[in-house]
Design a protein around this ligand. Structure first.
Ligand code: TYD
Ligand code: MG
Length: 454
């Protein structure tokens, strides 16, 4: 047998080097290179067919009729772009405990009621644990198929043998190919397992789900490796304390990446939230002043958050300026702008600003929302309903344009908002159906036109 080769692979970007280095030259991440042993004769490369492929004009390529397979969970189907496409490999990622396995089991049950069989391969839990969960979810156990298996070869055999309509592997980090020497969960194993399972799924036209855990910093372990290997990347998000769960497409070869699916984790599984804005707003104090919603960008993704402000007469010689979830200096600056440019008396008021739900704002695009929240609390008039506020505020009180306005507006519309106060310079933006755009030039105009200031 030939000698095994050692390589080092970056866990973040997939950079390869024969030598270990403290810092990855590809993505500049420290200590991200992991050793990987490969037996030389193995791997996808060695098995490539030598039969040449002839280039053809695109017009001669047979158009595939992509028949979609609905799972019956509307929120999921919508994010997928209308259900599972044949041979599509979907990565379902999220933090441990967010509900990935639950979502898959419920999707399996939905498929079963449509006469489709899903092979659920579990490497995380035993078959008995899966049964317990299915019982808790009140699902029909006799139509659900489970296999506790972590070996890629065995999973491939199962996928080829049975008469399956869909396969799911939970999770890719527990799956290992026996001819790759590195342990399960290492970049080499993840890539190899995903590549083999994916190519088998493609060749059989079998839609395949891969579950992938994301690490604390929010990236899928071996993210770049996996993202390139799959057709669709879905993120399942939400925190443990709250029941709201959002499903977002990060990449989708078979649909748009703008759709989000909204679920609620209940005692009996994930419930679909047909009207997300209603749920979202239910956490907001009703008809109360000082509460304003703004879409912020979290990396590539827009997220709606609530900014709250409380402006009240201060008994102190040095009124308090406190903020949670947003930079205090920024709040101080915006308060100074209000004081100077709108003559809003704030010097004898305590100002508290809070970003609800433990979120954090780190971009100036939320300035206008902070100003609106403070203004609303000062006059003690609730901000206009179903309205989001987007814009950076300059020292002259001018409202400045923001980056990536469109995804923010899309998100607001999707979450049920009907109006958006935006920077005047952006008023030529193509309109979004169901969302009225209200451009403002200055903080003064914002307060007079929209916040009930005289
Ligand atoms: P799970 O699907 O195991 O998460 P993941 O596969 O992403 O790690 O779900 C984990 C959590 O969901 C668990 O902490 C308990 C909770 N849960 C409910 O609240 N209700 C339910 O009906 C189920 C099945 C789970
Ligand atoms: Mg799980």
């Amino acid at each position: 047998m030939a000698k095994a080769k050692t390589q080092f692979v970056c866990r973040h970007c997939g950079y390869r080097t024969p030598k270990w280095m403290g810092r990855c030259p590809g993505c500049q991440e420290w200590e991200s290179l992991e050793e990987e042993l490969t037996k030389p004769s193995s791997g996808a490369g060695a098995k490539r067919s030598l039969e040449p492929v002839r280039p053809t004009p695109l017009s001669d390529v047979a158009a595939e009729e992509v028949g979609r397979m609905a799972t019956g969970l509307d929120e999921l189907d919508r994010v997928l772009g209308g259900g599972l496409a044949p041979g599509a490999v979907t990565l379902l990622s999220g933090e441990p405990g967010v509900g990935k396995s639950t979502l898959l089991l419920q999707a399996a049950a939905g498929l079963a009621t449509r006469g489709r069989r899903l092979l659920y391969v579990t490497g995380e839990e035993s078959a008995a644990q899966v049964r317990l969960r299915a019982e808790r979810l009140g699902l029909d156990l006799s139509v659900l198929w489970v296999a506790a298996e972590t070996r890629v070869e065995a999973i491939c055999e199962m996928m080829s043998d049975g008469d399956w309509d869909v396969a799911a592997v939970d999770s890719i980090q527990t799956t290992a190919a026996s001819d790759v020497a590195s342990p399960a969960g290492s970049p080499g194993q993840i890539r190899e397992a995903a590549a083999r399972l994916g190519s088998l799924a493609k060749s059989r036209g079998l839609p395949l789900w891969l579950v992938g855990h994301i690490t604390k910093d929010g990236s899928i372990a071996g993210p770049k490796l996996l993202e390139h290997l799959v057709d669709t990347v879905l993120y399942f998000e939400g925190d443990r304390e709250r029941s709201l769960r959002l499903l977002r497409a990060f990449k989708n070869r078979f649909g748009s990446v703008n759709e989000i699916g909204v679920f609620e984790m209940t005692g009996s599984g994930l419930g679909e939230v047909a009207n997300p804005s209603a749920l979202f707003l239910s956490e907001r104090p009703e008809g109360s002043s000082g509460s304003v919603v703004t879409p912020v960008m979290e990396g590539q993704r827009p997220l709606l958050i609530e900014v709250q402000a409380l402006v009240s007469a201060s008994p102190l010689a040095m009124p308090r300026r406190q903020s949670l979830g947003v930079d205090s200096a920024r709040v101080g600056l915006l308060a100074a702008v209000l004081e100077k440019k709108v003559r809003l008396k704030l010097f004898d008021r305590d100002i508290f600003v809070n970003v609800a739900g433990g979120a954090r704002i780190s971009e100036p695009a939320a300035d206008l929302a902070i100003v609106a929240a403070m203004g609303s609390s000062w006059v003690d008039i609730p901000a206009p309903a179903s309205t989001v506020f987007i814009g950076e505020v300059g020292l002259a009180g001018e409202v400045r344009s923001v980056a990536r306005l469109e995804p923010r507006l899309n998100e607001a519309q999707k979450m049920g908002f009907t109006r958006a106060v935006i920077p005047h310079s952006e008023s030529k933006k193509p309109s979004i159906k169901g969302l009225e755009l209200l451009p403002v030039k200055s903080v003064a105009q914002l307060l007079r036109t929209h916040m009930g200031f005289k």
